[in-house]
Design a protein around this ligand. Structure first.
Ligand code: HEC
Length: 144
């Protein structure tokens, strides 16, 4: 189904739902107010309390959870390891990975952290923690 058709159906559904509370010919002040109210509603911070933790958003002192191997791979490794750019072994290419995996996970992790020939240290990811790099290495190893 096309996106446009989905949007239209959603719109029709929303319109018919909002009109359900009062009959179309109901002239009571409540019914008229309901029919003539603005289409959108504005949410104040108070409305959002409990829905969104507004106080914590963006100012959390909790350390962020380490990103998954999948997420780190997509963000920082896929440019080379999904394409083979610079001669990088492609994720899921068993022939390219088996001899590397034979070197042992520690060696692969060391090379991922410190660089190895054309493999840049940390895949040039400036904001990846050691744990996140390890998650991405495991993600590629597990794909074999
Ligand atoms: C700029 C391209 C590039 C990016 C980005 C990149 N790599 Fe690599 N990677 C390479 C290349 C090229 C090699 C092959 C190096 C060789 O064997 O000479 C490689 C090899 C590796 C190896 C195997 C090392 C070995 O000892 O055989 C691992 C593990 C690895 N990369 C992990 C990662 C991880 C994890 C990321 C993302 C955080 C990443 N790479 C991002 C280019 C890249």
């Amino acid at each position: 189904m096309s996106l446009l058709r989905n949007l239209l159906l959603a719109g029709v559904a929303a319109a018919s739902l909002s009109g359900m509370a009062y009959a179309a010919n109901d002239m009571s002040p409540e019914a008229v107010a309901e029919r003539t109210k603005p289409v959108g509603s504005v949410y104040t911070a108070a409305d959002l309390e409990g829905i969104v933790d507004t106080a914590a958003a963006g100012s959390s002192s909790e350390p962020a959870e380490p990103r998954s191997g999948d997420a780190v791979f997509t963000a920082a490794c896929s440019a080379c390891h999904a394409t083979g750019a610079a001669g990088a072994p492609i994720k899921g290419d068993a022939a390219a990975w088996e001899s590397r995996i034979a070197k042992g996970r520690d060696t692969l992790l060391n090379h991922a952290l410190n660089g190895f020939n054309a493999m840049p240290p940390r895949g040039a990811c400036g904001n990846c923690s050691d744990e996140e790099i390890a998650n991405a290495v495991d993600y590629m190893i597990d794909a074999i």
